[in-house]
Write a protein of this length. Structure first.
Length: 358
């Protein structure tokens, strides 16, 4: 374990909403590894509390406290801020399935937007002025080919994406009026992979929506065949192109964001991506190489709401912070496969961890 001292003036205690989720749990490890105190709030609607035992095992340190609550519960959330002197918040808690959002738009706006405004109210009441917000490249929608920088217009094509865009608008406007608030919105492209230990990874409840966990579950024999959604896109091999980003690179950017929030005000938005486009079939080939077995698949209809290509121009964050992803698609597949092999049924069956129920 590599303990690097916190930068002078950096926040000491970070509240992580959605800290038991895929990106949240990796962020907790990274923050603990770098000397932060971590408080987790999670309603476990798409995560298991057990994951935090593993976070502590990897980091060799304890998470300060874990609260099982829905952040829209203002009384309960306020009690967490009463109990801990929170210096900054990293806000991951959200519903995130594009397809589901088209069937449950009201729930997506209520949860994602309502959760964010409830969090802002608690931060205001407790004078917490630093926030890193988990946004999404999906705010760009169908923007055509070519790498997109942060000035590309927002044209969300589904309620999930629209809810992230609305959160960004609310945060920008609140920053204009609450002038000591400092917010960094990170628009991720496609975070995937796993912690190199194989202890943490992506373990969605039920059938995976996202490509990499689906491929991994086919590779390990939990699912028979991958469905490749659409083979007739205007891309080199006809399958949709995305910009995949290793989760360890993703969470490193969040930690740098926290450091950079100290002493700043207002809101900034950055893309987090690699600038490299990979098609669905590229991912299948890379995963096959990592696991040493073929991934059977069928090309089926396009998935509603999908766009042909989304690739980041992430040079702005590189210029501002010197952050660049260092792990390629082969490393993402290797680490995702390592996790899947060690945990063929995900976190099911690992030791139960009690959380504080508000
Ligand atoms: C979407 C969002 C992204 C969000 C992520 C979180 C868009 C454009 N992007 O990513 O912002 O962070 O969800 O969940 O809305 N695929 C298959 N078979 C499968 C699963 C996926 O072929 O079983 C294909 C998809 O059609 C897509 C690609 O793989 O072309 C990646 O899909 P996925 O992993 O679900 O991510 P996005 O939809 O790109």
């Amino acid at each position: 374990m590599n303990h690097i001292p916190r930068n002078a003036g950096a926040p000491a205690t970070v509240l992580v909403t959605g800290g038991a989720g895929f990106i949240g749990s990796h962020a907790c490890v990274d923050l603990l590894d770098h000397g932060y105190e971590v408080i987790v709030v999670d309603d476990h609607s798409n995560s298991t509390p057990q994951v935090l035992n593993r976070v502590e095992r990897i980091a060799g340190r304890f998470v300060g406290a874990v609260y099982e609550l829905d952040i829209r519960d203002r009384r309960a959330l306020s009690a967490v801020f009463d109990r801990h002197r929170v210096d900054a918040v990293v806000h991951f808690a959200a519903h995130k399935a594009v397809g589901e959002s088209t069937r449950m738009p009201v729930e997506y706006y209520d949860n994602n937007l309502g959760g964010t405004t409830s969090l802002l109210a608690a931060m205001r009441d407790h004078d917490v002025r630093r926030l890193v917000f988990s946004s999404s490249c999906s705010v760009y929608g169908d923007a055509g080919g070519g790498p997109l920088d942060e000035s590309a217009p927002a044209r969300p094509t589904n309620p999930y994406a629209a809810s992230k865009w609305l959160c960004e608008r609310v945060l920008a406007d609140v920053c204009r009026h609450w002038t000591c608030l400092a917010v960094l919105c990170l628009r991720y492209f496609n975070p995937t992979g796993a912690h190199p230990s194989g202890l943490l990874g992506e373990d969605p409840n039920g059938e995976p929506d996202n490509l990499m966990p689906y491929v991994a579950q086919v590779a390990v024999g939990r699912r028979k065949r991958l469905r490749v959604f659409g083979g007739d896109y205007p891309t080199p091999d006809g399958t949709a192109v995305r910009d995949y980003l290793h989760v360890m690179d993703t969470v490193e950017a969040h930690r740098i964001a926290l450091d950079r929030l100290s002493g700043s005000r207002g809101m900034r938005v950055f893309n987090l991506g690699s600038g490299q486009g990979s098609s669905v079939l590229d991912v299948v080939a890379a995963f096959s190489a990592a696991c040493g077995r073929p991934i059977p698949y069928d090309v089926v209809e396009r998935r509603p709401g999908d766009v042909p290509e989304l690739v980041a121009d992430a040079r702005a964050v590189g210029r501002a912070w010197g952050w660049r992803p260092t792990r390629d698609l082969a490393a993402m597949c290797r680490d995702a496969w390592h996790f899947q092999q060690l945990n063929p049924h995900g976190y099911a069956g690992s030791a139960r961890r009690p959380s504080i129920k508000e």
